[in-house]
Design a protein around this ligand. Structure first.
Ligand code: CU
Length: 305
């Protein structure tokens, strides 16, 4: 009924439409019987109820038919599910890193991307890691959905079958910006994929940046992104050196985000409030970030172009 975007579409859809069909069948049948009985056995036509007892035929029928039905459902569900847990040995490996509220995809050679670019007709195994809470790796068009659990090395795999763009969602409620935890899946030809991968810059290991570690420890990234997205506060991307309007004591002024401005924004966030954002949401980090660490934080901001 739907396009075969991946090798799992058929198995999942067969089980789904079978169960859906059975449900519709019973809905119609039971509703019809109910209406017929209401008319046929109402008090005017049928004043005295008759007890039917010990009908072996009835009991065998209503035991056997449902057992066969649920076993058929189980069979097709199992057939659709089993291949999902058997990733081919030669599958391409991609590491998926989930964190509030962003997906990162790591290809061989420490190459990272925010878009899940994949070649068509090639099995790919997604190794799922979470840096914080439980997320859900879900690509509905591919009928793929798997929990990403911190501390557990989970995986899923699939083989894309049609070139195009698809949506990747987080399917486990993971906090404030859960609904924004999206990524683009792009299925392209093998040649186009190879070209893209070769051009993908090796990501500087952000985790080793001292400033990044300080901000991560203090939870800044729950309100600030580094990729241009607006979460609760403005993005950090391109902030250093940029010019924009702030409100200072009710007066709008245009500032340049230099090291002093950034330090003031962290230690005294309600002094200069960025226009378009609420004041009082960000608390002061006075005493939480040490003065001697501030240069590391500023250096980190300089890397976010
Ligand atoms: Cu999530």
């Amino acid at each position: 009924m739907f396009a075969n975007n991946s090798n799992f579409v058929q198995g999942v859809d067969t089980a789904f439409y079978l169960i859906f069909g059975v449900a519709i069948f019973f809905l119609v049948m039971l509703t019809t019987i109910m209406i017929v009985f209401v008319i046929k056995y109402n008090k005017k036509r049928h004043a005295h109820a008759v007890q039917i007892k010990d009908s072996s035929t009835l009991e065998i029928v209503w035991t056997t038919i449902p057992i066969i039905l649920v076993l058929v459902m189980f069979y097709f569900g199992w057939e659709g599910f089993l291949p999902m847990r058997r990733a081919p040995k030669d599958a391409m490996q991609v590491k998926v890193i989930a964190k509030m509220w962003k997906w990162t995809f790591e290809y061989p050679g420490m190459k990272q991307s925010d878009t899940l670019m994949l070649p068509i007709n090639r099995a790919v195994k997604m190794n799922l890691f979470s840096k914080d809470v439980i997320h859900g790796f879900s690509i509905p068009s591919f009928r793929v959905k798997e929990d990403v659990v911190p501390g557990k090395n989970n995986y899923t795999w699939f083989e894309p079958k049609i070139i195009g763009n698809y949506d990747l969602f987080c399917s486990a409620y993971c906090g404030l910006s859960h609904s924004y935890m999206l990524a683009l899946v792009k299925i392209v030809s093998q040649e186009e994929f190879d070209k893209w991968l070769a051009g993908l810059p090796v990501k500087k290991a952000e985790d080793n940046n001292e400033g990044f570690k300080i901000l991560e420890k203090n939870g800044c990234f729950s309100c600030h992104s580094t990729d241009g997205r607006k979460i609760v506060g403005p993005t950090f991307k391109g902030l250093y050196g940029s010019k924009h309007d702030v409100m200072t004591d009710g007066v709008t002024r245009n500032i340049t985000a230099d090291s002093i401005y950034i330090e003031t924004s962290i230690m005294d966030p309600n002094k200069d409030v960025v226009v378009g954002y609420p004041s009082g949401v960000m608390k002061s980090y006075k005493g939480l970030i040490r003065d001697k660490d501030m240069p590391k934080v500023i250096d980190y901001f300089k890397t976010l172009k």
